[in-house]
Design a protein around this ligand. Structure first.
Ligand code: SF4
Ligand code: SF4
Length: 499
């Protein structure tokens, strides 16, 4: 392992600002708590792209791992599976805190926890690349660090550019967040094997695990898992790369700067400029769960934490309402603001029926203290905190006064919505909300995301193709053709949220 520690110049250094390290110290739990909610509200859009189409009807009985929503072939999308067994009681339209309006399938649990007959561990894992790609695609795996990009899309793009390195993002740097670190401690071999599987499919020769230098215990688990696995897979070079503690860390532009000293421009990607592709460590874990256990993406580890509660990781099926997760926690005070996501990049949420989705890595409770708001005092702290070198106070003023073109000239579009500027601002100015909102509004009018907003129905889908995981492997063999690369797609913040 290299002794060099990587980083870049700006952003927040925990010791001087948030002192994250004390609060996020991971306390090892002997067994993760699993939440079995009485019902789930399963959104059909939990990813970046076209929403899936419900292929069940009210009254249908469903099982764990069964496909509930299927992508229309040829669209940029991902299937959605049930994490509980029970009965479909309603299909309705909901709005998520990030503004996404989507159909959602409500499933009442039968409390039997019955797996779909297609779910069984795979005895022979010596499968070819196309089968792996079919599994990844049809298991509905998407970037779980917050970006929500269907993983098959990133694999295809990496194959197109013949990338040489798979980077595994274990840089969980937000305050309180520990769900990825939990994965590293509990199932490190799944994380490593998921990365190995993807490196094999992509044709990469090197796998690098990026982790903060303060995460010594997690680092040890990772290194042990690598040692165990590397004898069986000697064709890859493995490396654990230490980063200095900082927030934010995981955005691909910041990784490019820290690791390769390359400044990526607007349409540049890690794949085409650095010959590398970045996957979140929970995503790698899900990939191996799908390959080895035969289980599609139905649940995830979520950190419940904040000012008023001790940090805790729970395993929740997608679609679990916030209220069912919080009911398992130590008392939550009504004076708390509930954040859907992490403390800095998450979104405030008042509807406790809001479901956990594939990209929700945390529920964070923050004390409701309204800090005094004053005009800007030109202290420059937001500039120092901004990891992408823009001047937040200037961008904010330009946007607020309607000078959109000038804001673009000030590089406002480079904002990755990390929340650091708002956090450090002593004047309590909502810099992130305004600048990130400006970026989201502009991107929505220029990307394919909105061009694809076509309403599909169940009739558009051949349901026989999407009911069993094993059948997916066959169907998925053409995934190269179905996911044409689209250079206009700007990947959202890995560690942030999809729009
Ligand atoms: S939210 Fe945007 S403007 Fe603010 S620090 Fe992060 S990247 Fe910079
Ligand atoms: S941190 Fe706040 S007060 Fe300081 S320059 Fe930026 S906007 Fe102004």
């Amino acid at each position: 392992m290299s002794r060099r520690r990587f980083s870049f110049i700006r952003s927040i250094i925990p010791e001087n600002a948030l002192n994250f390290s004390r609060r996020t110290r991971f306390v090892r739990e002997s067994m993760i708590e699993r939440i079995y909610p009485p019902r789930i509200i399963l959104p059909m859009k939990q990813h970046y792209g076209q929403e899936a189409v419900p292929i069940v009807e009210v009254g249908d009985t469903v099982m764990i791992g069964q496909c509930i929503g299927a992508p229309v072939p040829g669209t940029f999308s991902a299937p959605v599976h049930s994490g509980i067994s029970g009965t479909v009681t309603e299909i309705k339209t909901i709005t998520l805190p990030n503004g996404v309006v989507t159909k959602a399938v409500v499933i009442e649990s039968d409390r039997k926890r019955t797996n779909h007959p297609s779910i069984h561990p795979r005895t022979n894992i010596n499968i070819d690349a196309k089968t792996v790609m079919g599994i990844v695609k049809n298991a509905g795996i998407v970037g779980m660090g917050g970006e929500g990009i269907p993983t098959i899309y990133k694999i295809n793009r990496a194959r197109k550019y013949k990338v040489n390195e798979v980077l595994v993002n274990c840089l969980q740097s937000e305050p309180y967040a520990t769900c990825d670190l939990y994965r590293l401690c509990e199932t490190p071999e799944y994380v490593v094997m998921g990365a190995v599987a993807m490196a094999g499919v992509i044709g990469a020769t090197k796998i690098r695990f990026l982790i903060s230098e303060s995460r010594k215990m997690e680092c040890d688990f990772l290194k042990n898992a690598i040692e165990t696995i590397k004898a069986e897979h000697p064709q890859f070079q493995y490396e654990v790369v230490l980063f200095k503690d900082r927030f934010p860390q995981g955005h691909f532009r910041l990784v490019a700067r820290a690791l390769y000293s390359i400044e990526l421009k607007q349409n540049d990607t890690l794949e085409n400029k650095c010959s590398a592709v970045l996957f979140n460590c929970s995503t790698c874990n899900s990939v191996w769960e799908a390959i080895h256990d035969g289980m599609p993406s139905v649940n995830r580890v979520v950190t419940i934490a904040g000012d008023t509660t001790s940090s805790h990781n729970v395993l929740v099926p997608f679609g679990t309402p916030i209220k069912d997760v919080l009911s398992k926690m130590s008392p939550v005070f009504s004076s708390c603001r509930v954040v859907w996501g992490n403390a800095l990049t998450g979104l405030s949420c008042t509807d406790m029926d809001t479901p956990m989705i594939k990209t929700t890595s945390a529920i964070t409770m923050i004390k409701m203290i309204e800090s005094p708001k004053t005009p800007c005092i030109h202290c420059g702290m937001c500039y120092d905190a901004c990891p992408v070198d823009i001047t937040p106070n200037i961008c904010y003023n330009l946007i607020e006064n309607g000078f959109d073109n000038k804001a673009e000239l000030e590089n406002a579009m480079k904002c990755i919505a990390c929340g650091a500027c708002s956090y450090v601002c002593p004047a309590g100015i909502n810099l992130t909300g305004i600048i990130a909102g400006f970026v989201a509004k502009n991107k929505a009018t220029t990307t394919n995301e909105n061009k694809n907003l076509i309403t599909y129905s169940k009739e558009d889908i051949d349901v026989t193709d999407v009911s069993l995981l094993e059948e997916y492997a066959e169907v998925g063999s053409n995934s190269d053709d179905e996911y044409k690369d689209d250079e206009s797609i700007e990947l959202p913040f890995e560690g942030g949220r999809f729009i």
